[in-house]
Structures are given as C-alpha cells and as structure tokens.
Design a protein. Structure first.
Length: 120
C-alpha cells in the first residue's frame, strides 16, 4: 500500500485492488469535492448511476483490528466497513461513489453537511 493525496485527504491505496479510508475520510473526501466542484458540469447531462459488481460472499477483515468487516451500501456502491476504523473500497468504487453523488441534487446544490454520511 502507498499513501496518495485524493482531494486533499491522504488515503492508503493499492493500485491493483483499491483504497482504505480511515474513519471519517470518506466524508472528508466527498465534502472536499462538493466544496470545490461547480454546481453544474457538462458531464452531468450524461451521468448515470454506477453500480460496481459485488461479491457478497467475500468477507474482509479490518486491517486495524482484524474483525470481520460488514457490507454497507452507500450511494449504490458496496463497501466493506469496520465501524471503529474505516472503509475498504475495491478498485473503481470510490470513483463510482463520487459519480453517484453528483446525481443527488442536495449534494450538488451545496446543501449542509450530510448527517447520515458522518458515520463514514
């Protein structure tokens, strides 16, 4: 794993497999994107929801505490979640989340902090 800067947030990434986001880093990434993006982009006219494939039989262990991670769905994307430590997103899932958020008018209109998302 290597450390990358993604929208001003340091994430642990594996180029081949995906990215680990520590507790609250997903919220930081999505809020940084929301604050920096224009309210409308030409690409939004053709944007459609992305749903990466899901392997519901796979159970990952948290790299911090080794407990089994729970399957959680956020913006139509499957993610592996440890409530105490963070989220594992397979390759392409972070991009799908960012794409799907652009479809939400409350997100793009710069609505106040999304309380539900605060747990990620």
């Amino acid at each position: 794993m290597s450390t990358i800067d993604y929208l001003g947030v340091e994430l642990d990434a594996c180029e081949s497999h995906g990215v680990w986001l520590d507790q609250s880093e997903l919220l930081s990434v999505t809020e940084n994107e929301r604050h920096n993006a224009s309210s409308f982009q030409l690409a939004d006219l053709w944007r459609t929801q992305q749903r990466p494939p899901v392997d519901e039989e796979r159970v990952l262990s948290c790299p911090k505490c080794t407990s089994p991670m729970r399957l959680q769905y956020y913006e139509a994307v499957h993610m592996d979640w440890c409530q105490g430590h963070g989220i594992w997103l397979d390759k392409g899932e972070l991009g799908a989340i960012m794409n799907n958020l652009r479809l939400n008018p409350l997100y793009t209109s710069k609505a106040a902090l999304r309380i539900w998302d605060n747990k990620y």
